[in-house]
Ligand binder design. Structure first.
Ligand SMILES: Cc1cc2nc3c(=O)[nH]c(=O)nc-3n(C[C@H](O)[C@H](O)[C@H](O)COP(=O)(O)OP(=O)(O)OC[C@H]3O[C@@H](n4cnc5c(N)ncnc54)[C@H](O)[C@@H]3O)c2cc1C
Length: 505
C-alpha cells in the first residue's frame, strides 16, 4: 500500500516522451535536470518505510500501511498528522518542494465531496470517482494537477480559434474518449497521474460541451508528450546555487496528441454544470499544503536574514529588529491561518473534514500576495553582498583564497567558508533566476491572484458584518431581515461562480 523509492523509479521508466532543451530525454532518472527531484520523491517513498520516519509519514489500518498524505481527512488529528508529515519531509530534505503529491492529492477529496452532485448530473461516472479515491490509497501513486491550457486569445471561445487551445474530446470509442489539447503541469514528466480538468468556468449558456471533461490521466499513456522548460539544476555550481541544484521542480507543457482516456478513468464528461462544480471546490483541501509551503519559505527568509544580521552585529539595531519583526509577523500570520483552519475545520458535504474555508483561503491570499514584499525585506537585510560575492572557485583558488578568507571572515564564530555558504543560500533564495521562478510559482501555481480573491469572496460569511451594521445603524428589517443570507452564500455565490469566468487553475 505504500511504495518504495525503487518501485516509484520503475513506475516512471515507461518510455514516456520527455523533451528538454530541444532534446529527447532517454534516461529520466539520471538526467541532471530531473535527477534531484526524482531522487527526493524516491526518498520520500523510502521515508514512509524507514523506522525513523515511518510513523510520521504512514499509518496502519487493517494490517496494511498507507501514506498519511493520501488519507482523506475526517478528524482534526488527520490534519495535524498531514501538517507534521509535510514538515518532516521538508526538514529532511533541507528545502522547499511543493508538487510532490501531498499538495495535489486533496483535489481528489473535492471529487469525493462532489459525488452526489456529479451523480445527479450524469450517473455514469460515480463508480470511477470512488475507485480512484480508493486507488490513491491502495497504489500510492505520485499524483499531480492539470488545469491550465495555453488558452490562446482569451477574448474568444475555443471554437473561434484553434480549437486545441483548450483541451477537448475529439471522439468516443468503445474503450474511452480521445482528447486533444495541452496543459501546463509542474512535475508531470516524473509523476504517475494527473487529475485533468478544464481551466475555465465561463461556459455561457451551454449545458453540454466537449471541453467540459475531467479525468485521471495516466502519465505513461501513449501519444502524450512532455515539453519542459529548461531546468535550473546543473547550470551553475551547486556550491554557488544550492537551492536551484537540489529543489527545482521542472514544469512542462503536456501535449495530448489524441490521447485515449479509458472510460474507467473519466470522472465527468460534457456537462458544464459538473465542470463548474469541480472548479469551484477544487482547492478546498489542497490549498492547505500549498500555503504550508509559504510558512517554510518564510522560515528560510527569516533564518537567512537573521543569520546575516547576527553575523555582522546588525541585529542589535532597533531598525533592523523591526524589519525582522515584519518577517515574523508574516510567518505567524500564515501559521495562525493554518492553525485556525484546522481548529475551526468544517464538515464537508461528503462527510470529510475541510480546513475552515474562509480562514484557509484568506491565509492563501496573505501568504501569496505578500511574499514578494517579504523577499524584499530579507534581501535588504542580507545586504548587497549576496549579489556581489565571488563564487566558490575563487574562494578555493590559491591566488584569491587568502584575500577572500581575510575579507569574509567576520569573527571567530563566522569564518569565510560559512559566510560564503550563507550568502550563496541567500542569493539562491532571493536573487537568482531560481528565486524569481519560485516567487512566480507561489503567485500562480495554485491559480492566479484574482482567483485566490474570488475564493475568499465565496467562502467568507458576509452576513455577520451586514447584520452588525444593520443593528448598529438601526436599519429596518426591510434592508436585511434577521437570518437572511448575504452575498457570498447560496444563490448569490452561485451566480458569481457562473458569471465571473474566474476559474483559472
Ligand atoms: C511556475 C508555475 C507552475 C505552474 N504549475 C501548474 C500546474 O502544475 N498545473 C496547472 O494546471 N497549471 C500550472 N501553472 C499555470 C498557472 O495555473 C497559470 O499560470 C495561471 O492559472 C494563470 O494562467 P495564465 O498564465 O494563462 O494567465 P492569463 O490567463 O494570461 O492571465 C494573466 C493575468 O491576467 C489577469 N486576468 C486574466 N483573467 C482574469 C480574470 N478573469 N479576472 C481578473 N484578472 C484576470 C490576471 O492578472 C492574470 O494573472 C503553473 C504556472 C507557473 C507560473
Amino acid at each position: 500500500m505504500i511504495r518504495t523509492g525503487q518501485e516509484y523509479l520503475e513506475s516512471i521508466d515507461d518510455g514516456r516522451e520527455v523533451y528538454i532543451n530541444g532534446e529527447r530525454v532517454r534516461d529520466l532518472a539520471h538526467h541532471p535536470m530531473f535527477k534531484p527531484l526524482i531522487d527526493i520523491r524516491a526518498r520520500i517513498y523510502d521515508m514512509q518505510h524507514d523506522g525513523a520516519t515511518r510513523d510520521l509519514l504512514s499509518y496502519r489500518e487493517n494490517d496494511a500501511w498507507y501514506a498519511i498524505a493520501n488519507r482523506p481527512p475526517r478528524t482534526q488529528q488527520d490534519w495535524w498528522a498531514k501538517r507534521r508529515a509535510t514538515d518532516t519531509v521538508l526538514e529532511a530534505i533541507g528545502g522547499v518542494v511543493t508538487r510532490i503529491g501531498d499538495e495535489t492529492v486533496g483535489e481528489m477529496w473535492s471529487l469525493f465531496d462532489g459525488q452526489d452532485v456529479l451523480n445527479e448530473v450524469d450517473p455514469r461516472f460515480s463508480t470511477n470517482i470512488r475507485r480512484h479515491i480508493d486507488g490513491v490509497l491502495a497504489r500510492d501513486p505520485f499524483h499531480v494537477s492539470a488545469n491550465t491550457d495555453p488558452k490562446g486569445d482569451r477574448s474568444k471561445p475555443p471554437q473561434q480559434q484553434d480549437p486545441d487551445m483548450l483541451l477537448h474530446v475529439v471522439r468516443e470509442t468503445d474503450s474511452g474518449i480521445v482528447v486533444r489539447g495541452a496543459k501546463y503541469e509542474t512535475a508531470a514528466p516524473y509523476a504517475n497521474q494527473a487529475f485533468t480538468k478544464p481551466t475555465i468556468g465561463n461556459w455561457g449558456d451551454a449545458a453540454l460541451s466537449d471541453y467540459a471533461v475531467g479525468f485521471i490521466c495516466d502519465l505513461g499513456s501513449p501519444r502524450l508528450k512532455f515539453i519542459c522548460r529548461s531546468g535550473f539544476a546543473g547550470r551553475a555550481g551547486a556550491a554557488d546555487y544550492p537551492l536551484a541544484n537540489r529543489f527545482d521542480e521542472v514544469d512542462s507543457l503536456v501535449i495530448f496528441d489524441d490521447v485515449l482516456i479509458p472510460w474507467e478513468n473519466v470522472l465527468f464528461y460534457r456537462h458544464t454544470r459538473a465542470a463548474n462544480y469541480i472548479r469551484s471546490t477544487l482547492h478546498r483541501y489542497s490549498a492547505f499544503a500549498f500555503v504550508q509551503r509559504n510558512l517554510k519559505l518564510a522560515d528560510m527568509l527569516i533564518g537567512a536574514a537573521l543569520f546575516n544580521a547576527r553575523q555582522t552585529g546588525l541585529d542589535k539595531q532597533q531598525a533592523v529588529q523591526e524589519k525582522l519583526a515584519q518577517l515574523a509577523v508574516y510567518r505567524e500570520g500564515i501559521n495562525a491561518h493554518l492553525t485556525a483552519a484546522i481548529t475551526l475545520a468544517e464538515r464537508s458535504p461528503g462527510g470529510l473534514l475541510m480546513p475552515n474555508q474562509s480562514l484557509l483561503y484568506s491565509g492563501r491570499v496573505l501568504a501569496c500576495s505578500r511574499l514578494h514584499e517579504m523577499m524584499h525585506i530579507a534581501r535588504e537585510l542580507c545586504g548587497g553582498q549576496i549579489c556581489i560575492t565571488p563564487d566558490k572557485a575563487s574562494f578555493d583558488a590559491p591566488e584569491t583564497r587568502p584575500w577572500l578568507d581575510k575579507y569574509y571572515t567576520v569573527n571567530e564564530g563566522w569564518v569565510a567558508e560559512d559566510r560564503r555558504r550563507l550568502l550563496a543560500l541567500a542569493r539562491d533564495l532571493l536573487n537568482s533566476d531560481y528565486a524569481g521562478h519560485r516567487l512566480t510559482f507561489q503567485l500562480f501555481a495554485q491559480s492566479p491572484p484574482f482567483a485566490h480573491l474570488n475564493a475568499v469572496y465565496r467562502a467568507f460569511d458576509w452576513e455577520g458584518p451586514l447584520q452588525f451594521v444593520r443593528a448598529a445603524a438601526g436599519l429596518s428589517e426591510r434592508v436585511l431581515p434577521p437570518g437572511a443570507r448575504a452575498p457570498g452564500d447560496g444563490a448569490v455565490a452561485q451566480w458569481y461562480v457562473e458569471h465571473s469566468g474566474a476559474f483559472h487553475q
